[in-house]
Design a protein around this ligand. Structure first.
Ligand code: GCB
Length: 567
């Protein structure tokens, strides 16, 4: 499904802003306008906008409602609604009639509004269910205590909820262009742009345009290959974008793309045949007040900080991010490791994966469906250079291999990009990592084990990494390492939680991996402090950020900036 755009043939209306909002009962169907409602901002998490804990911590259903007038001049067009993401199970109603349902809080929902439902004045209602179970990603469990529903989660970020990304109404002409798939190959001083257009319309022209709108390649076939001579390659820090413009007898769509080639060879990650060392972060969509809501100003600020610190990449830990973030990474030449919300797959039994009531075949189907949606959403972003299929699953347990064998083979039918799995278990007991092209290792020596003992880091890391390499013979990335640090807390000599300790901690990890030539990169955990569930080890959130939650640098940010400058 293509991202909605506005051009000669298509109209796009943004429905962001103030909506009516209410907690609602189980099995709610919005037959009448909401009576008791409060005002709510879209896009945003609702949790931090309210003062009432009952709403902030609500587990269950809520309804968002907005009245919209549809201009008469578009009545002959196909009208669609597109919600960038909302948590987690979404039912959409137009004038009280259900027009669709979606499971997956970090991927879009795109629905047709049939003509007979449309009036001059219309009521759009979006009902969200934020409960996580074994048929959602992330997985979770509902428990009842004293008659109150509680959400149990097995991962480390808050279940912030709401309509988190843009809501658009948009039009498409009849027999529209439904999808476009583009891939590229480089051959000396030319590039092959391989494309496929999905449409029932008749293709009139396919044109590749460069940044200055000059045509550099043409075709009139629905799928095929166009040669671009002397191409500008998409590269780190150089986000050169071309446009593939498709014109049919009644539609036009302009799809940006980059020319670049990715390969794993000799335990290295190659971009345009050159070795890459990943420098950057695992991040989160997480901000003061708006929570997981998408916001262009925050997106720009985060990109500016990434560039300032000389990072070249980030992982979308632990879920797909708003599409605008990928658009920015495309334009700035930043590499993205695109992660699916398979985090916390740790509810498996000791003996086997498939026991009733925990991760099972249905979970696997949801995992696969979301991978399909993710690739269909992000296939044309040059910044997406790798996919991460899970973070810290229990890959040492019986049954993990069977589960992930299907997940990996499914993903290989969708993309040729390298596939990563991010691991917490040790090499000896890992049953899954052989399936991946790149192994991500999250390590917390001197933090979650041997707390504060900085002198163990070097030996532990080397032993741990070498064991992985010897067993699996795959490139490895240090995908997480970090220490909670309270901004403004200083200590000399350092103590855990001080800014000095964070610098020493990260430097020791970097030192330990620097001679391991199969290590293709380092991502510090985390880019910024972020909100988590409550816990004894969490002081108003996770404080492993290199920046505070309001994006001010801790001491370590200056250290990393120096360290990464020439790395
Ligand atoms: C991890 C997880 C990440 C946590 C982090 C931590 O291994 O992948 O989601 O936030 O550790 O800080 O505990």
């Amino acid at each position: 499904m293509l991202f909605p755009i506005q051009n000669q043939k298509r109209l796009k209306m943004n429905l962001n802003g103030i909506w009516n909002f209410s907690l609602v009962e189980e099995y709610y169907e919005p037959n009448f306008p909401l009576e008791d409602y409060i005002l709510m901002a879209v896009p945003s998490s609702y949790n931090d906008l309210v003062t009432d804990k009952k709403i902030a911590n609500h587990v269950g259903l809520v309804c968002y409602e907005k009245m919209i007038d549809i201009p008469k001049m578009i009545v002959n067009e196909e009208l669609r609604i597109r919600i960038g993401a909302a948590t987690h199970k979404v039912s959409v109603y137009f004038n009280g009639a259900k027009i669709g349902y979606h499971n997956g809080g970090f991927l879009p929902i795109d629905l047709l509004i049939s003509k007979e439902l449309i009036d001059d004045h219309n009521r759009l209602s979006i009902v969200l269910d934020n409960r996580l179970d074994y048929q959602t990603l992330p997985i979770g469990k509902i428990e009842y205590k004293n008659g109150i529903e509680r959400q149990v989660i097995n991962y480390d970020f808050a279940n912030l909820s709401g309509i988190h990304r843009d809501v658009f109404l948009y039009t498409r002409p009849e027999n529209s262009i439904e999808d476009i798939f583009i891939s590229t190959k480089i051959d000396e001083d030319k590039a092959y742009v391989i494309y496929q257009v999905i449409t029932k319309g008749n293709i009139k022209l396919i044109a590749i345009k460069d940044k200055n709108q000059q045509v550099v390649g043409l075709s009139n076939e629905q799928d095929g290959m166009i040669v671009v001579h002397k191409p500008h390659l998409w590269d780190i820090g150089f986000g050169y974008l071309y446009t593939l413009e498709v014109t049919t007898d009644n539609d036009i769509y302009q799809q940006p793309f980059g020319i670049r080639e990715i390969e794993i060879k000799n335990n290295q990650f190659l971009l345009n045949k050159k070795e890459v060392y990943f420098k950057g972060f695992g991040m989160h969509e997480d901000h003061l007040i708006i929570g997981k809501g998408a916001n262009s100003a925050h997106h720009i600020k985060d990109m500016n900080l990434l560039q300032w610190i000389h990072a070249n990449s980030f992982r979308t830990s632990h879920y797909p991010y708003a599409e605008e973030i990928y658009d920015l990474a495309d334009q700035l030449g930043i590499l993205v490791i695109n992660e699916i919300p398979a985090v916390g797959l740790n509810f498996w039994s000791e003996e086997k994966v498939f026991v009733e009531g925990v991760v099972d075949e249905k979970t696997k189907q949801v995992h696969m469906d979301q991978l399909t949606e993710l690739v269909y959403r992000d296939k044309n972003h040059p910044s997406v250079v790798m996919y991460s299929l899970a973070n810290e699953a229990n890959t040492h347990e019986e049954g993990a291999y069977a589960y992930f064998k299907d997940i990996f083979s499914h993903m290989r039918t969708l993309t040729h990009l390298p596939l990563m799995i991010v691991e917490w278990v040790n090499a000896e007991s890992n049953k899954v990592a052989s399936l991946a092209d790149v192994i991500g290792l999250n390590r917390y020596f001197a933090w979650y084990s041997e707390f504060g003992e900085l002198d163990v880091i070097e030996e532990r890391i080397k032993k741990n990494f070498n064991a992985y390499f010897e067993k699996f013979k795959k490139p490895i990335m240090l995908t997480e390492f970090g220490a909670d640090t309270i901004a403004g807390l200083h200590a000399l000599p350092s103590v855990p939680f001080s800014e000095e300790f964070q610098v020493e901690f990260l430097a020791l990890y970097q030192n330990a991996i620097q001679d391991l030539d199969y290590v293709i990169g380092e991502h510090v955990w985390n880019f910024a402090d972020f909100m988590t569930k409550q816990g004894l080890t969490r002081f108003n959130g996770n404080k492993k950020g290199v920046f505070s939650r309001d994006r001010q640098p801790k001491m370590v940010a200056h250290f990393l900036r120096e360290h990464w400058k020439n790395r």
